[in-house]
Design a protein around this ligand. Structure first.
Ligand code: BG6
Length: 509
């Protein structure tokens, strides 16, 4: 049953089911983790929710000696293991009819000829109308080769009424320059409106709820500014280490991995002005304005912090440090903890620091945006009455335990006036019976529908690199090991000092 309502759509069409038209989705890098854990299950879940058309084809391309049935089995296992909706034989059978596999390598012309023929056969067999989405779940270093092959073998030709789209995953480059180079590669073949950049945080239900919270309500907006807010904390903490991802992560670090994209997008949604509508152009325009006004203050030594996890304890078991992880280069200076203060130079936010932090091997997994408010200008109580008052705060919990919490002071029952901090809670689980779609479900559907608001544009990517690049250059110039922090703790002392200097401390999520 489709009980999912897209909060970004015009209320007039909210009851219309969002069903993709006939098309083929081609996934490059189909043997990777992302594909198994997220993409293939998301495709099945969409089919199960009735959002894929009967004329849908899924093509896997990879360096494996597989026949269609072998790949179908891989999809089947991935679905059984990771899909969110129950397995239904009839849905699977329907999907199965459109599943194909093309074995090959990116440098081999014959592989791409086979891919072209496979897609053409599917176009005919499934009536896909020549609509194709190419999902590049591969390292950016291979983009150019794949693009060239797609063009050389005539797979991106536009006919009357058909569409071709390309989907690329973050990281979009590793700095401003490489992001531009990458975009040049992609734009040779695809127009800006045909490029879908995935930042999966934007597909998360709770991230979209930030728009609902801010712009559907009257009571938050008047206090959403520097008259009332003292500072904002955006935290993305993970309890896991880098696992088997050293090849990707080492030399890249957490700031490029998630601050450049997820956290700066969260900042943009928190700080931007109200868009005229939620149409992609309007939404992006507001995000861009705020990113253009954002900067890390010049004293990177005082306003940024980085760390690297050392051995420690996680979930009651000992874990190794970053430098001991498989594949990490000896003496690596890659940071697994990054924190920075971002100031936004505009009327609404001048004087309100935004603190961003992200890290691996924290005590628990949590992502949240917390607005802390200034003290009331006058407290008509004795100092003892308000000892436990705390700071008023509005916390948007992105995950887990999705919801919103308001922290404020209330009187402790009794004959004395004693005020203590309490919480008022909205939890998704308690308020809605509908389950949230996985971010990738939403984003893949939007790609197939050609619906762009949830995909960052190249300009946003570049503005984000402009904020981050100087910090990363500064860290590199130190030629020092990042400060070590024990796994299972909230990070290095420098992270705490960064806030303490401004008279704050990190909220304990
Ligand atoms: C990815 C990062 O973008 O997000 C990973 O590359 C990180 O390092 C992951 O683990 C976290 O995603 P989520 O949805 O579990 O918060």
């Amino acid at each position: 049953m489709n009980s999912y309502v897209n909060p970004l759509r015009d209320p007039q069409d909210r009851r219309l089911p969002r069903i993709a038209g006939p098309c083929v989705l081609v996934i490059f890098g189909v043997t990777g983790d992302l594909s198994r854990k997220k993409l293939m299950p998301a495709v099945y879940d969409l089919a199960n929710r009735g959002m894929l058309p009967p004329g849908f084809g899924l093509v896997g391309f990879a360096r494996r000696d597989w026949a269609d049935q072998d790949f179908a089995q891989v999809v089947h296992d991935a679905v059984k293991e990771n899909a969110r909706t129950p397995f239904r034989e009839e849905v699977w059978e329907q999907l199965l009819e459109g599943i194909r596999f093309v074995p090959g390598t990116f440098d081999d012309d014959q592989s791409f000829e086979r891919l072209r023929d496979t897609i053409r056969d599917l176009d005919t067999a499934r009536g896909t109308g020549g609509n194709h989405a190419f999902y590049l779940s591969i390292p950016p270093s291979s983009f150019e080769q794949v693009m060239t092959q797609l063009r050389r073998h005539g797979m991106t030709e536009r006919h009357e009424g058909n569409w071709n789209r390309v989907v690329i995953e973050k990281p979009f480059g590793h700095d401003l320059e490489s992001a531009r180079e990458l975009d040049d590669v992609v734009s040779v073949l695809f127009q800006p409106h045909e490029v879908f950049r995935i930042d999966h945080y934007l597909g998360k239900e709770t991230v979209q709820n930030m728009l609902a919270l801010r712009f559907a309500n009257q009571m938050f907006e008047p206090i959403w500014n520097n008259h009332y807010v003292s500072h904002v904390e955006i935290t993305m903490a993970e309890d896991i280490g880098i696992g088997g991802r050293a090849g990707y992560f080492d030399g890249i670090g957490i700031a490029r991995d998630v601050i450049q994209n997820h956290l700066l997008q969260l900042l943009a949604l928190t700080a931007m002005e109200e868009p005229t509508s939620f149409e992609a152009g309007q939404l992006r325009a507001e995000k861009k304005k705020v990113l253009a006004a954002a900067r890390v203050p010049d004293r990177y030594d005082l306003h940024t912090a980085r760390g690297q996890y050392a051995a420690g304890w996680q979930g009651g078991r000992p874990v190794i440090g970053y430098l001991e992880e498989d594949g990490v280069s000896p003496g690596s200076t890659t940071e697994t903890y990054a924190a920075m203060r971002v100031d936004i130079d505009n009327r609404r936010w001048a004087g309100v620091p935004f603190y961003l932090r992200s890290a691996k091997r924290m005590p628990r997994r949590v992502t949240e945006v917390a607005l802390s408010f200034k003290r009331a200008p006058h407290l008509p109580f004795t100092a003892t009455d308000t000892e436990e008052l705390g700071t008023n705060a509005l916390v948007m919990r992105i995950q887990p335990d999705e919801g919103v919490t308001l922290r404020f002071g209330a009187k402790v029952p009794g004959t004395q006036m004693e005020i203590r901090e309490v919480s008022m809670d909205f939890g998704y689980g308690g308020s809605f019976t509908e389950s949230s779609p996985e971010a990738y479900e939403r984003l893949i559907l939007d790609v197939l529908l050609g619906d762009p608001p949830l995909f960052p544009q190249q300009e946003e990517v570049e503005l984000s690199w402009k904020i981050l690049d100087p910090v990363i250059e500064y860290w590199a110039s130190l030629k020092q090991q990042p400060e070590q922090y024990a796994s299972g703790t909230w990070g290095p002392a420098s992270g705490r000092e960064m806030l303490a200097r401004d008279g704050f401390s990190w909220r304990r999520p």
